[in-house]
Design a binder for this molecule. Structure first.
Ligand SMILES: Cc1ncc(C[n+]2csc(CCOP(=O)(O)OP(=O)(O)O)c2C)c(N)n1
Ligand code: SF4
Ligand SMILES: [Mg+2]
Length: 296
């Protein structure tokens, strides 16, 4: 990622698209504002930004951002984003979505995009509920919480998002809260600057169906916003990250895990370029056909 000194300065006015259709005070508004802040600060060339999403309230994100964007199939944002990132490594690919989209129907894709270290930034707006479809139990809904699908209260044990994310092999894993804008800006900035698969679990309140869900992590609502202590935490240790992840109520906020590994983008392009150098007369398509023929 590099700023383009000849391009027009990227401002919030340029980045804004449609008026967001979220309910009043939905946490996703703050996530959008934070995204604008960070993009303005980093001045990523406008034409290089791609926003990809699945389906959900949070997944409406690309409509509200004036960049390249795709509103795709529920749970399938990551495979599409993977293809974009690998074929166009010059682009900065962002993925936005909810807990249902990312941890439920898209959970398998999360594991594989993460372990491959595909270069992209993924923001999961976790509201502990299916918002768009009006209040069903999600994979992060706490036991006992009533919803349309669990009128007597949720009976399935929720996943622990942080344990799940660290276990995928993602090379950058952070946790933030949409009511803590400064912290959210910092986490998004670090995720964007991270080379590889960067994911930020972002607690984002569904004011319509699950108000107060994250008050315990909000000092303005009587909760505690405790940060990961980076002076004592070894961010490159998965076992330390998993230990941190054991406590999520309200748990710690900050970077849980960060390491540098070759991205799939780098590894794959090195291979492609090497093959191309060996057969300069063949186009990329010809090389692909040759490979397919050898696989028969
Ligand atoms: C294949 C498929 N299954 C189910 C749905 C219905 N559906 C749309 S959004 C959604 C869940 C949304 O929850 P989440 O991803 O947490 O996003 P939120 O609305 O809470 O931001 C579901 C089940 C769908 N659109 N496509
Ligand atoms: S239903 Fe919930 S998540 Fe969806 S826009 Fe409204 S407040 Fe936000
Ligand atoms: Mg949700």
């Amino acid at each position: 990622m590099s700023a383009n000194p000849t391009a027009e300065k990227l401002t919030k006015k340029i980045l804004k698209a449609d008026h967001p259709t979220w309910c009043p005070a939905c946490g996703d508004f703050a996530v959008l504002a934070s995204f604008f802040n960070v993009i303005q600060k980093l001045q990523i060339p406008h034409e290089k930004i791609v926003c990809v999403a699945g389906i959900g309230c949070s997944s409406r994100f690309p409509y509200f951002v004036n960049t390249h964007g795709i509103h795709f199939i529920h749970g399938r944002a990551l495979p599409l984003a993977t293809g974009i990132s690998l074929s166009r490594p010059d682009l900065h690919v962002f993925v936005f979505g909810g807990d249902g989209d990312g941890y439920s129907i898209g959970g398998n894709h999360l594991t594989h995009a993460a372990r491959k270290n595909v270069n992209l930034s993924y923001v999961i707006m976790d509201n502990y509920v299916y918002g768009l479809t009006k209040n069903q139990t999600s994979p992060t809904t706490p036991i006992g919480r009533k919803s349309k699908t669990d009128p007597r209260g949720a009976i399935d044990r929720p996943i622990n998002p942080m344990t799940q994310l660290v276990a995928t092999g993602a090379t950058f894993v952070a946790r933030t809260h949409a009511a803590q804008v400064k912290h959210m800006n910092e986490m998004f900035e670090r995720a964007i600057l991270h080379p590889g698969f960067a994911v930020v679990e972002t607690l984002s309140e569904c004011t319509m169906f699950y108000p107060g869900a994250f008050d315990s992590g909000n000092p303005r609502k009587g909760g505690a916003f405790d940060l990961v202590d980076e002076t004592t935490q070894d961010l490159t240790s998965t076992s330390e990250a998993l230990k941190l992840a054991e406590d999520t109520s309200p748990g710690k906020f900050g970077v849980y895990y960060e390491t540098k590994l070759p991205t799939k983008n780098e590894l794959e392009w090195a291979w492609v370029n090497d093959e191309q150098a060996k057969s300069p007369d063949l186009s990329g398509k010809d090389l692909l056909r040759k490979r397919f023929a050898a696989m028969r």
